[in-house]
Design a protein around this ligand. Structure first.
Ligand code: SF4
Length: 561
């Protein structure tokens, strides 16, 4: 890839995570099964996957318990015993936590059961899928950031990678290299949660105009190494309650990977009102709870990371296609919130998109009218049935945990409709949910002030945790976090909300500094810390932060997480 001549391909897949790889693998299988194009010509076979991480899996972070059903459908020729899973789920427990106690639920709540599921390292799974895709002839390039969609006569005609060798002010340097223009008959967006191209596409084409606003959580996770046998492989713990308030949707988890390593984390709904809520701090406080602290005793931190999770479900999906483009996986919002699982739906959405792509190539028709087959297939799929049965789940919890439990019970009885006459409960933009700082009686930062002293054994400050994420960025490039109106930060956001970005960012990218002479507060950025979670793009109260792709290969290095 040189940046001089346009590159032509048949399918361009942006994102080398599970959804993008499933699309590539299934399309390659359908192609190789002998499907022919117009007039009996062999179908075109160029499938190009671009991944911004330095390697496949380096930006992959997840809850790591998966339902294997769709992976079996994707790879019918592979014995499930050969899937690269860490362990079958051997034991599952659900607890309600008070600050000092853990009350075990005698029942597993509906949809949360994990019988037949597996604990996985998603990084390992994506690397394994990438090997399979490459053996099927898929071209896979890592370290390429795709920054722009190419439109031609209103249709998507491909995408452009980011220029490199540009200084902080946007001026070309000696090592300047123009981005590549990649022309494709069909582009598939598989960027993960809050993808920047997907966002731009949805805005431009109003693909979300009939959808609920997407509801997100921020998941913050650490990987720990424990003494052998301290936490069994396949043991799965989910918790509700502490450290979350009753009006805040969220929970915690501990997953045993292989008899030594455990993933411990929290997922915090971003529709919270308290501008001082801090997901990284919430994880540190969570680890101090006696149940969690006893599990982690004698262990050591291996890795840290964060990502956002699209939770809105069926009613928050955008239109999934337009002329020349389809959206799959987390980019669209394929995630079942009650079970906190998206991998099997990401795989299924990729397979459905591949089927629709096959017919588009057979007919040489990449119009929205033809690609609408993807949506039609989805509406007949098990993914649709899964999402439909819980379609109001997250919206119900937007009114607090108790109201949410009540609404959920009603949805179970009514097959997902609940008590709303229209059958569709509304969600709100997460950024619009804040209360002013002065209206919060007991802000998170004050409530847990005493607990937030970090001993660097059980608990860690943000900067130390960022070190364990492996995040790095070329510091010469233009800042990938666009804050166009700093006056708005100074004069409105900081006085009213206290600068919530310094709290919601789990990587200490945003710092409020006070000028010693004038006493004025200002925003300073440390973009090299960024772990690409996208929380700032979602939760800034004024929509004054836009996350854009930095250079390819920059960002976290999650490795085995
Ligand atoms: Fe996440 Fe934004 Fe902070 Fe980066 S700057 S870690 S995307 S909140």
């Amino acid at each position: 890839m040189s940046g001089i001549e346009p590159i032509n391909t048949d399918i361009l897949i942006v994102g080398g995570g599970v959804a993008g790889l499933a699309t590539a693998i299934h399309f390659a299988d359908l192609r190789d099964a002998g499907a022919f194009g117009e007039g009996g010509a062999p179908l075109p076979c160029n499938i190009l996957v671009l991944e911004k991480g330095s390697s496949i899996g380096s930006h992959t972070l997840s809850g790591a318990v998966i339902d294997p059903s769709t992976l079996k459908e994707l790879l019918p020729g592979v014995d499930p015993k050969d899937f690269p899973f860490e362990s079958p789920v051997t034991k599952e427990e659900v607890y309600f936590l008070t600050p000092g106690r853990a009350l075990r639920s005698p029942l597993t709540p509906p949809f949360m059961g994990n019988r037949g599921n597996f604990v996985v390292s998603l990084g390992k799974l994506t690397r394994w899928l990438a090997d399979i895709a490459e053996k099927k002839g898929v071209q896979l390039y890592t370290g390429f950031s795709v920054s722009e969609i190419i439109y031609e006569d209103g249709r998507v005609a491909g995408a452009r990678t980011l220029d490199t060798g540009v200084d902080k002010h946007g001026k070309p340097m000696d090592n300047f290299q123009a981005g590549d223009e990649i022309r494709a008959k069909l582009t598939v967006l598989a960027e993960g949660s809050r993808g920047s191209l997907t966002r731009a596409l949805c805005r431009r084409l109003k693909l979300e105009e009939h959808s609920n606003p997407q509801a997100y959580s921020t998941g913050v996770k650490e990987l720990w190494d424990l003494p052998e046998g301290a936490f069994a492989a396949g043991r799965v713990i989910h918790t509700l309650g502490f450290p979350f308030e009753f009006n805040h949707f969220g929970g915690g988890f501990v997953y045993g990977l292989n008899g030594r390593q455990v993933a411990v984390g929290i997922a915090a709904g971003l529709d919270y009102t308290d501008p001082t809520f801090d997901p990284h701090a919430a994880l540190q406080v969570y680890k101090k709870h006696p149940l969690i602290a006893s599990i982690l005793a004698g262990g050591k931190l291996l890795r840290y990371g964060a990502k956002t999770i699209p939770e809105g479900g069926l009613h928050s999906l955008p239109r999934l296609y337009h002329d020349g483009v389809m959206i799959v996986g987390d980019s669209a919002g394929f995630l079942s919130m009650p079970s906190l699982k998206g991998v099997h739906l990401a795989i299924e959405s990729g397979m459905l998109a591949a089927k629709a792509a096959l017919e588009a190539f057979q007919k040489n028709d990449f119009s929205a009218g033809q690609l609408g087959l993807y949506d039609a297939l989805f509406r007949k799929s098990s993914a649709f049935r899964t999402l439909s049965a819980t379609r109001n789940f997250r919206a119900g919890f937007g009114r607090g945990m108790i109201a949410g439990a009540f609404h959920f019970a009603a949805q179970l009885i009514t097959g997902g409709r609940g008590l709303t006459p229209s059958g569709r409960m509304k969600t709100h933009e997460d950024a619009a949910c804040y209360s002013g700082l002065s209206d919060i009686k007991r802000p998170f930062s004050r409530k847990f002030a005493k607990e937030l002293v970090f001993d660097k054994q059980l608990t860690f400050d943000k900067v130390t945790d960022v070190y364990f994420s492996g995040a790095k960025h070329d510091e010469e490039q233009p800042c990938h976090l666009h804050v166009p109106d700093l006056e708005l930060c100074r004069n409105t956001c900081i006085p009213k909300y206290g600068g919530p970005c310094r709290h919601f960012c789990p990587a200490e990218v945003y710092e409020i500094v006070t000028d010693p002479a004038s006493g004025k507060k200002d925003l300073h950025l440390h973009p090299s810390n960024c772990v690409h979670c996208k929380t700032c793009d979602i939760k800034d109260p004024f929509g004054n932060i836009e996350w854009a792709v930095p250079y390819g290969g920059d960002g976290p290095e999650y490795g085995e997480m």
